[in-house]
Design a protein around this ligand. Structure first.
Ligand SMILES: C[S@@+](CC[C@H](N)C(=O)[O-])C[C@H]1O[C@@H](n2cnc3c(N)ncnc32)[C@H](O)[C@@H]1O
Length: 247
């Protein structure tokens, strides 16, 4: 990931930008060029004398700064996918749809080799740019196409992990036993409970083991001088995650 982008953090405000080595940053704060080998912690000045600190890229920056197309998966949901499937370095992953590519890039940065499908050609092109920024252009192959139409080419138990974030995920889940290696996991993210139910029922019918669906809810804790309490802003629902494991 040596050629990954870096964060440029304005020293006098909370403004920050993600830029690749050698790229130019042009804002009302002036123009600067990122060095070819930017060192974390170094300070770079724009032509107007404004300073930015170089900060190393980490996963949450992908969600905050990637160019967005399909609604990106939030870091907390990425964490659940990784935690419940044990995604790890060396895994072969089939992911769809790519969308913005946040989940695919997180998995690539873990050291997994990811093949990800995006049926919208413009979204796929944006995702390729995002993978390059994340320094995982070699690990994450973004293919343009409908994943359901490509499954025949993958039968034979090649993947350690299937990660699905599409309305038609069930069409992939029903093929999961053919696609997954022994012990491999399937994870489906669904924004609606009807899709989650379809994923769970399909996973059971396909014979996957340990099938479960979780609603993902997270509440922020507010800490201030008066005291500490959970945020009163809603229930913090993101969606549903359905998991199943191949025998
Ligand atoms: C919610 S986004 C995925 C976000 C992604 N998980 C992320 O973390 O950034 C869903 C994407 O799936 C794509 N899509 C939907 N059905 C598909 C299919 N059958 N094959 C490939 N891509 C599909 C859509 O075009 C959309 O871009």
């Amino acid at each position: 990931m040596s050629d990954a982008a870096v964060l440029l953090v304005h020293t006098d405000s909370d403004r920050e930008y993600l830029r690749a080595p050698g790229e130019e940053l042009q804002t009302d704060l002036g123009v600067l060029t990122v060095p070819d080998d930017p060192a974390p912690g170094e300070t770079i000045e724009t032509h107007l004398g404004e300073t930015f600190r170089v900060r190393s890229l980490r996963g949450p920056d992908l969600f905050a700064h990637f160019e967005r197309t399909g609604a990106p998966m939030m870091p907390r949901d990425v964490g659940l996918v990784i935690g419940h499937t044990g995604a790890q370095s060396g895994d072969l992953v089939l992911d769809a749809g790519t969308g913005t590519g946040v989940l695919a890039a997180y998995l690539g940065r873990l050291g997994a080799d990811v093949t990800t499908y995006e049926r919208d050609p413009e979204f796929a092109e944006v995702a390729r740019g995002n993978m390059a920024l994340a320094g995982v252009g070699e690990r994450v192959e973004v293919r343009t196409g409908d994943v359901v139409e490509e499954l025949d080419g993958f039968a034979g138990g090649a993947f350690d992990l299937l990660t699905l974030d599409t309305g038609d995920a069930a069409a992939v889940v029903e093929r999961a036993p053919d696609l997954l290696a022994s012990g491999g996991y399937c994870a489906v993210y669904a924004p609606f409970v009807e899709d989650a139910r379809r994923a769970e029922e399909t996973a059971r019918e396909a014979g996957l083991l340990d099938v479960e669906t979780l609603e993902t809810i997270q509440r922020e804790l507010h800490v201030d001088e008066r005291g500490t309490r959970p945020s009163t802003a809603g229930v913090g629902h993101t969606g549903y995650l359905t998991f199943g494991r191949n025998d």
